[in-house]
Design a protein around this ligand. Structure first.
Ligand code: PEP
Length: 239
């Protein structure tokens, strides 16, 4: 399975950020390596620009969220069809920041993932427990429920990103044994042929060991994806 290294830029980036991706491609000597799939998920305002500029250089583009409907009276929202039209190939759904900030439920995440498939996008469905849930030993129960509620029944192509909420942007990561246990669990609950990404404080210094854990098929990278040197080092750690 080809590893997928996906950068989640969150609410960061302006048109001038094209230069950061140009720098990234320069660090790969002109094109991203064939053996790793490299994806950047910038704010929606940059999806079309990045897709136009970089689709021939091996850097794919994804959205960070989508509405479940194709069009309609939903001021401020963006549909999966719009992302596809702008050149996206993937869309992140159910990120913990959206689950927390916008109170997104598993049912909404499932509908968004279904909308992504309808538009021909691959949804990256995020799951993960909070710190208190892990302290209470409930991480498998929580993630199991999120998987059951968030994956569309008929989705033939999707990616799961396991992102413990307490590891996002904190510099903390689970032990490698804990990552292996969770990824084995997700594999058993889903399918043999889907990619399961780990996300949460992946950095150049820990990427190689995390990416070598069984059933870790790539990474979803937040902060470290904003700097070309760091993101390139994480991509190279997957080779
Ligand atoms: C994320 O928010 O998807 C993420 C993984 O963030 P960070 O790498 O900054 O922890």
């Amino acid at each position: 399975m080809k590893p997928l290294i996906a950068g989640n830029w969150k609410m960061n980036g302006l048109c001038g950020s094209v230069r950061e991706i140009e720098k990234l491609i320069g660090l790969f000597d002109g094109a991203a390596p064939d053996d790793v799939e490299v994806l950047v998920c910038p704010p929606a305002t940059l999806v079309g620009l990045f897709a136009t500029e970089f689709s021939d250089e091996g850097v794919g583009v994804g959205g960070q969220d989508c509405h479940q409907n194709a069009s309609g009276a939903h001021t401020g929202d963006i549909s999966a069809e719009m992302l596809a039209d702008a050149g996206a190939a993937y869309v992140i759904v159910g990120h913990s920041e959206r689950r927390a900030d916008h109170r997104e439920t598993d049912a909404e995440v499932q509908a968004k993932a279904g909308a992504a498939r309808r538009a021909g996008l691959v949804p990256i469905i995020c799951v993960g427990e909070t710190e208190s849930e892990r302290k209470a030993g409930r991480e498998l129960e929580i993630v199991g429920a999120q998987l059951a509620g968030s994956i569309p029944a008929d989705a033939e192509e999707f990616v799961i990103a396991y992102e413990p909420v307490w590891a996002i942007g904190t510099g903390l990561t689970p032990t490698l044994d804990d990552i292996a246990a969770m990824h084995d669990f997700i594999r058993a609950k889903t399918r043999k042929d889907i990619r399961i990404l780990y996300g949460g404080s992946v950095k150049p210094g820990n990427a190689r060991e995390i990416l070598s854990v069984q059933n870790v098929n790539g990474a979803l990278v937040g902060g470290a994806s904003l700097k070309a040197e760091d993101f390139a080092a994480i991509v190279k750690a997957a080779l």
